[in-house]
Write a protein that binds this ligand. Sequence first.
Ligand SMILES: [Zn+2]
Length: 56
Amino acid sequence: MTEKKDSSVKTGNKKTQEITFRCQRCETLYPLEDMRSVTRFNPVLIVCKKCEKELR
Ligand SMILES: [Zn+2]
């Protein structure tokens, strides 16, 4: 009984082709608008806004 009725798994729906990036800190995929670059680091660290706050 592991059937899911919710469409939590997207298959072939390319209506909203979101560009996602993987946070280099928590390794979670986020849309581009949620990404921040931390220029304090070299090379620049691309993290989500949540991690960016924690890195301050
Ligand atoms: Zn993150």
